[in-house]
Design a protein around this ligand. Sequence first.
Ligand code: AMP
Length: 289
Amino acid sequence: MIKVARTLVELHTARRELVLQHYRERHARPLVGLTPTMGALHNGHGALIARMAAECEVGIVSLFVNPRQFGPNEDYGKYPRMFGTDLALCEAAGAQLVFAPSVEVMYPEGYATTVSVAGLTETLCGASRPGHFAGVTTVVAKLLTICAPDKAYFGEKDYQQLVVIQRMAADLNLAVEIVPCPTVRDSDGLALSSRNAYLSPAEREAAPRLHQALQQLRQHFLNGETDVQRLQALGASELNCGDGPQFALEYLAIVDPQTLAPRATAQAGDRALIAARLGPARLIDNLAL
Ligand code: AMP
């Protein structure tokens, strides 16, 4: 049976028991893994958890809708919460322990510390979501401190977030390996996301064009086009080529995969990233060139 910890004491006790149990049975120190999530789990999260379970003897999943990474006009209040099915998915994917703290456990009265990464967080999603990445790095730094994993699993679906967390872990000399995991998609190419639940049937049908725009852009690159302005225009025209619901493009960028610096001329290995609104949902996706 999967264990659930809601407080720091419960987490530390359950983690210690799982580590000791492994010592007793195998006479060796187990690897501890952590997969941080905001719940409303889907098979994208499932793939991260299954990878953690394959690589670590003790696997922890955190379920916490972090208020600090939502802007004042964003969807914190209506973000989907479904603890029962989340727990079942964690267990089926092979985790041993779920950490599901309250907001008060994570940010008790008097809480005053923010962890922020400069530069990398100011462009792309950071430009339209001020404070978002500081919220993410603060909660991830806390979760890494609390759970003390050897390895932590993050999806390439949130590519900028992954790069920012790798920077934070390196800069703070955190003793954790950040493990990037490939994006899991529906059969029509749409990247799985808890926010896809906001889409109407017509919007859901249009949504794969986000991925198709990136694929078209990559195809033009592979055919020899390297001018980023032209590639952006080709990708953007693909986005709203069909009838039905239209996307409002926020950005379509080609960047250095480590520094996220924008390119004028695209090179193999660069990352193409896109963010667009479709009805009530803000969707993001990315692809390696
Ligand atoms: P979230 O619950 O949306 O904060 O996501 C928790 C973790 O799951 C993050 O590391 C995400 O990048 C990752 N993730 C979310 N969706 C996907 C997906 N479709 N494929 C792979 N990883 C994902």
